[in-house]
Every structure is written in C-alpha cells, then in structure tokens.
Design a protein around this ligand. Structure first.
Ligand code: AMP
Ligand code: ZN
Length: 115
C-alpha cells in the first residue's frame, strides 16, 4: 500500500468509488470519466506501479485480472458484443495513475486505430 496512491485508497475504502467487484487479490471500480457505457478499472490490491515494475510472483494476480474481466463483461451485458482491455504504461503509454490497472471498456463499437 502506498500512502499517496489514489487506487490504493480505493482498494482500502479510504476513498469513495463505485466498486463493482472485490476479492482478496483484485478490486474493480467504475472509471470517474467513462469513455464508453461500460468503463471499469481492474487493479491488483497490492500496489504495483506499472507493468514496468512487474515481478514473476505477480503473474498469478495478472492472470486473475483477466478472468475477473471476463466475469464483469458478462455482468455488464457486453460479453456477446465484445469489449476492449487496455493497460497504459509510462508517459508515452498514456499512464496517469501509477498503480497498475486494466481498463475494461465496452457497450459501444470501439474505434481504430489504437495508436
Ligand atoms: P491511465 O491514464 O491509464 O493511467 O488511467 C487512469 C484512469 O483512472 C483514467 O481513466 C481516470 O479517469 C481514472 N481515475 C482517476 N482517478 C479516479 C478515481 N478516483 N476513481 C475512478 N477512476 C479514476
Ligand atoms: Zn497503489
């Protein structure tokens, strides 16, 4: 846990968010500025700054984020239509919150190209 990290504070319930799923490994909550009808952020409960700071021991939680995403897509009614998952890393990647997170975005047709 980082004292200054907004996502750590959401995980520990010290800051309000619309949490849609939580277990001992991950927390999922609605993005404050949604870009589509469904826009959920899924984060490890443990503070990991970014993909750039991942260790081999984190592989299990990263895999778990994907299976939680699959479940949330069903709950949100977007599993059939399809959805996009994005993880930004570092400045050029567009990362603005430095607690690793996966955006789960759907409910409308995604636009291309991604870059
Ligand atoms: P990124 O640019 O990939 O680091 O994404 C950070 C995301 O976090 C952005 O989409 C923000 O809208 C979202 N965000 C920032 N603060 C909060 C918050 N307190 N609760 C929910 N979403 C947030
Ligand atoms: Zn954090």
């Amino acid at each position: 846990m980082s004292d200054t990290c907004i996502f750590c504070k959401i995980v520990s319930k010290d800051t309000k968010a619309t949490v849609v799923y939580q277990d001992e490994q991950v927390t999922a909550f609605r993005d404050l500025h949604p870009v589509a009808p469904t826009h959920i952020l899924i984060v490890p409960n443990k503070h990991i700054e970014s993909v750039g700071r991942l260790e081999v021991e984190d592989e299990q939680v990263i895999g778990h984020i994907f299976t939680v995403a699959r479940k949330l897509a069903v709950d949100e009614g977007i599993a059939e239509g399809g959805y996009r998952m994005i993880t930004n890393t570092g400045g050029d990647g567009g990362q603005t919150v430095f607690h690793l997170h996966v955006h789960l975005i759907g409910g409308q047709r995604m636009r291309h190209p991604m870059g």
